[in-house]
Design a protein around this ligand. Structure first.
Ligand code: GTP
Ligand code: MG
Ligand code: ZN
Length: 311
């Protein structure tokens, strides 16, 4: 029968059947073949086929094709990637302008990954209750930047409730995912919309060591108002997945839109003459921070390519 993976700890999975029953499940050996590419053969969000063993333990025998998946490669140029979750209808990148500050570089990295894997994405700025003038200005700037490219943004306070009704309206009847640095309030936000879940959060005392993650593995929960949410552990840094350097520009919508206007059809917008992208950066039509992210990812793609060719 068909089931949905709602939790994965590595060797054991929780699978929910179509009647809403949860089973502890493990996989059959043949799945491990996929581990050549990924560190985990199955991820939260996967639809699978299960057989029931004795003691109501389920054996996962097959996986249904994934519509999409969110992937992360560790920064140390590891060739294996980790699938964070799959079959995501909407990803929410939770960002904060302080405590901790989310950099545009990190936001761009996440956006590019979502573009590459065809995952619809929204930017949510949390902790607006803490904003003073300076934070408000930073938020306005970031909001302006990303909305001008075409990304939808929201500002909320998971703690005090501002903006949460709007956010909820986006979540109803969908499989969504929250991602972002540790401490931005992902679990707090999920709790705010579904208090019964009572997810572990950092707590007011804040005694956790810096960099310590409160959520340690991705898990899917059902909303009381319809739909599912995947809470994920904080991402500190992650490397782009393997993409050719010519491909990087395809995932920056505002750069991609200018591509035809460059003199050379194979322009990658670094040193080529009559480059429409560099002109747009000079004119302020493409944000410097975005162009810098683009160059960083380009270098990364090159490094990855040459590392790969060495074998
Ligand atoms: N002021 C303020 N604090 C918040 C808000 N949302 C969350 N916090 C606080 O931020 C801290 C971290 O919240 P968590 O929900 O544990 O963060 P997380 O993103 O789930 O962190 P990881 O599980 O480690 O990835 C907690 O102390 C929360 O109370 C908010 O809207 N305003
Ligand atoms: Mg958490
Ligand atoms: Zn160009």
């Amino acid at each position: 029968m068909k089931g949905l993976v709602t939790k994965s700890t590595g060797s054991w999975y929780t699978v929910r059947d179509e009647n809403g029953n949860d089973y502890k499940a493990r996989i059959r050996g043949k799945f491990r073949l996929d581990q050549i590419k990924h560190t985990n053969p199955l991820a939260v969000g996967d639809y699978v086929e299960i057989d029931l063993d004795k003691d109501d333990i389920a054996v996962i025998t097959d996986i249904h094709p994934r519509q999409n998946y969110l992937i992360r490669r560790s920064v140390n140029l590891s060739k294996k990637t980790h699938i964070i979750a799959s079959n995501i209808e909407l990803a929410f990148l939770i960002a904060t302008v302080s405590n901790p500050r989310t950099s545009t570089g990190f936001i761009d990295r996440f956006l590019v990954t979502c573009e590459a894997y065809q995952i619809p994405i929204m930017l949510v700025f949390n902790k607006l209750d803490e904003w003073q003038e300076e934070e408000k200005e930073i938020h306005e700037e970031m909001k302006g930047l990303y909305e001008s490219i075409g990304y939808e943004t929201m500002a909320v306070s998971a703690l005090e409730g501002q903006g949460m009704d709007d956010l909820k309206s986006k979540l109803i009847d969908k499989v969504s995912l929250v991602a972002g640095h540790s401490g931005v309030g992902k679990s707090t936000l999920v709790n705010a919309l579904s208090p019964d879940l009572n997810l572990k959060t950092k707590g007011i005392s804040g005694f956790n060591k810096k960099g310590q993650h409160t959520t340690t593995f991705a898990q899917m929960y059902e909303w009381p108002f319809g739909g599912y949410i995947i809470d994920t552990p904080g991402i500190k840094e992650f490397g782009l997945v393997d993409m050719a350097k010519e491909e990087v520009q395809d995932y920056f919508p505002e750069i991609f839109a200018l591509k035809e206007e460059c003199k050379f059809y194979n322009c990658i917008h670094t040193i080529e003459p009559k480059c429409a992208v560099r002109k747009a950066v000079e004119d302020g039509d493409v944000a410097t921070s975005r162009y810098e992210s683009y160059l960083t990812f380009l270098e990364e793609a090159e490094a990855y390519e040459s590392d790969y060719s060495k074998g």
